[in-house]
Write a protein that binds this ligand. Structure first.
Ligand SMILES: Cc1cc2nc3c(=O)[nH]c(=O)nc-3n(C[C@H](O)[C@H](O)[C@H](O)COP(=O)(O)O)c2cc1C
Length: 209
């Protein structure tokens, strides 16, 4: 069994990073022989999509040049990590009501025609199958359904859509909200940790079925 852990906060002691760490601990207890692939996007230099990159992904595989192979090297490695893992945990801080730039850069590298999505007569078809994804967000405010700021959440709807686009439809969100300094932050973090323990054991049960 393989777990891919993705962190995307700029802060080393970030809340989302602490929580993905808790997920890994809980997952390892259920899978003592499992392998964890760590991908910290704060320390991975992911370039913006370039003209060369866009041409390389559409090149005939039989005619890809050594330069194009080099341009796609990181993208290929990131896709490979995703393909290998049965379980994926993504730490996603909310920045400006959406996701962090490194997480967007990662998405730009892993949404690949022919590798993670196909375009068929009926439209786009995600290629990745049978994977469980857990997205752990950390936010200064509160955006859950029913809150006055619900409509400003451009994080969960976007992530749900783009993950489903590549076939990742089994996605569970765990939100650590109200993470601005104050008493609510610890309470919300503890609730997220309790939820993480619960889903990690659920993930183990469904994987062993
Ligand atoms: C650049 C920046 C932008 C932020 N934008 C928002 C925001 O739009 N809404 C919000 O609720 N919190 C916002 N926050 C607060 C973060 O979501 C909060 O600190 C969260 O804990 C960040 O995740 P992390 O602890 O994993 O870094 C922002 C923080 C930073 C540093």
């Amino acid at each position: 069994m393989k777990l891919l852990r993705i962190d995307s906060s700029a802060r080393r002691s970030s809340v989302s990073r602490q929580l993905t760490g808790r997920f890994v601990e809980a997952w390892q207890q259920e899978h003592p022989d499992g392998t964890v692939i760590e991908r910290d996007l704060a320390s991975t230099a992911i370039p913006h999509i370039s003209d060369e990159w866009a041409q390389a992904i559409h090149a005939n595989p039989a005619a890809v040049t050594p330069e194009q192979k080099k341009v796609l090297q990181l993208s290929d490695a990131l896709v490979d990590e995703l393909v290998q893992a049965e379980t994926i945990v993504i730490g996603a801080p909310m920045y400006n009501f959406a996701i962090s730039a490194p997480l967007k850069a990662w998405i730009d590298q892993i949404v690949r025609v022919g590798k993670t999505v196909l375009f068929v007569a009926s439209g786009p078809q995600g290629i990745l199958k049978n994977k469980k994804v857990y997205v752990i967000t950390s936010r200064g405010g509160a955006f859950r359904p029913g809150t006055p700021t619900e409509r400003f959440d451009y994080q969960e709807p976007y992530l749900r859509h783009i993950l489903a686009f590549i076939g990742l439809t089994g996605v569970t969100f765990i939100h650590a909200e109200n993470q601005k300094p104050g008493p609510q932050a610890e309470i919300a973090k503890a609730a997220a940790i309790a939820q993480i323990r619960e889903v990690a054991s659920e993930a183990a049960t469904s994987a062993s079925r």
